[in-house]
Write a protein that binds this ligand. Structure first.
Ligand code: PMP
Length: 452
């Protein structure tokens, strides 16, 4: 593959954009390919190379790069008739109504412009609602580039994980290990009346895809309720992907007080949203006192794209298709791993999948791995339904010893060479879109087999 154009573009970018990219994860080594256009499940770079795309914009592109006709038509019409006004439009009401109809916990939604903005506003809302300062988060969770959650440490002390954040901010955040009931009980025992909210992804999606063990979210629900704290689900990744239109909360049957959304709900345009029970969401200004505002919030093009995206999914076999293909990928990769790399693990559910280059617990060399049981998906939330339960990751730390360099410097590069575009970070999920086909899955499995 020739990459001369991409290299030249990156060289130019390095002079005027820090690190040559506008989001850190894009700075793949030795330099990123620059995209010229998308085409269904593929992207084409500036040198004309085609890649089968499982990054899918890091999650928003449920339909790949050619959205269905109603989506395109809406985007074009809203873009040419505005594109925005600084006054409300009907389409934002329609999208809020759609979300309220489908997501169990949501009655009202405030739309913003990114997942980060959604979690920032949700944390402020929880603090305003409870009059308390502390936020409990999960180690290995991710909630965007925001001050309250960019922390390192544990229940006994935290530090900001980035320069530029005062240590006094981090003091208000308590990270706990995901799936560790005793740890969260201890935190509530010690700080119960200071905790404004527990903020967690229903499935950790930025740490190799870690599922909640049976009963964990239920316990979070009980503890927050008992102590007057809010339970916030960050469904920026899982929203309208895991569990279909009901989202992960519908799949798991747990009702948070507040949910943050992003990605899919904007149909490929910049978006975030904070939804929940009316009495809580109404505490945002202007109905309430917790300040919230934004020039671009509820942007008509975004709202129209999001609404048509979700509406199309409600009327077509979108989730069946993407989930079926992802399941084929997970099963297929599991078979390949059993043969070639039994110390690695396939994780994911619905249309999310990843191979983490490690395996939790005891070494598995020589241990027979049958493909029915090695996949760490929803079934592995219970010991009874997964023979490999002990080998599936349960916390962020469980994937901490993954062979990151081997993934990034060899596996990811070799897959790219074969025309398969995966997320370059070992821990970030990959996504199947409605544009992917069975033939794409076969091609992908061949490449995995070859490279592994
Ligand atoms: N929450 C989660 C769970 C995310 O995965 C992300 C980004 N991938 C965010 C929040 C932040 O969203 P954004 O990048 O749109 O600000």
């Amino acid at each position: 593959m020739n990459h001369d154009e991409s290299r030249a573009l990156y060289d130019r970018a390095l002079s005027v954009i820090p690190g040559g990219v506008n989001s850190s994860v894009r700075a793949t080594r030795p330099y990123p390919f620059f995209v010229e256009r998308g085409d269904g499940a593929h992207v084409v770079d500036a040198d004309g190379n085609r890649y089968l795309d499982y990054v899918m914009g890091y999650g928003p592109l449920l339909y790949g790069h050619d959205p269905p006709e109603p989506v395109r038509a809406a985007i074009q019409s809203y873009a040419s008739e505005g594109p925005m006004y600084g006054a409300p439009t009907e389409i934002e009401v329609e999208l809020a109504e759609f979300v309220a109809r489908h997501v169990p916990s949501v009655e009202m939604t405030r739309f913003v412009n990114s997942g980060t903005e959604a979690t920032v506003s949700a944390v402020r809302l929880a603090r305003g609602h409870t009059g308390r300062d502390k936020i409990v988060v999960m180690q290995g969770g991710y909630h965007g580039a925001q001050e309250s959650t960019l922390v390192e440490g544990g229940p006994d002390g935290t530090m900001p994980s980035s320069p530029g954040i005062p240590p006094s901010f981090a003091e208000h955040t308590i990270p706990v290990p995901f799936n560790d009931v005793a740890a969260i009980e201890d935190v509530f025992e010690a700080h119960g009346d200071e905790i404004a909210a527990v903020l967690t992804e229903p499935i950790l999606g930025n740490t190799g895809i870690v599922h909640p063990v049976d009963g964990y979210h239920e316990r979070l629900r009980e503890l927050t309720e008992a102590h007057g704290a809010l339970l916030i689900f960050d469904e920026v990744i899982t929203g309208f992907r895991v569990g279909g239109l009901q989202c992960a909360q519908g799949k798991f049957g747990v009702t948070p007080d507040v949910t943050t959304f992003g990605k899919i709900v904007g149909g490929g345009f910049p978006v975030g949203a904070i939804g929940g029970r009316a009495e809580i969401i109404e505490e945002f200004t202007p109905s309430g006192e917790v300040f919230q505002s934004g020039t671009f919030s509820g942007h008509p093009v975004t709202m129209a794209a999001g609404y048509e995206y979700l509406n199309y999914a409600a009327e077509n076999d979108v989730y069946d298709h993407v989930n079926r293909l992802a399941e084929r990928l997970r099963r297929g990769i599991t078979d390949i791993l059993a043969d070639r790399a039994p110390s690695y693990t396939v994780v994911g559910t619905d249309s999310m999948f990843k191979t983490v280059f490690t395996r939790r617990g005891a070494p598995v060399d020589g241990e027979a791995l049958d493909s029915e049981s090695a996949v760490c998906e929803a079934g592995c939330r219970q010991r009874e339904s997964c023979a490999k339960y002990d080998h599936c990751p349960k916390t962020g730390a469980d994937v901490g010893d993954a062979e990151v360099e081997r993934w990034e410097r060899i596996f990811w590069q070799e897959m790219k060479q074969r025309g398969i575009f995966l997320t370059a970070n070992q821990f970030e999920s990959q996504f199947v879109s409605y544009a992917h086909t069975d033939e794409d899955v076969e091609e992908t499995l061949e490449a995995y087999k070859d490279v592994l």
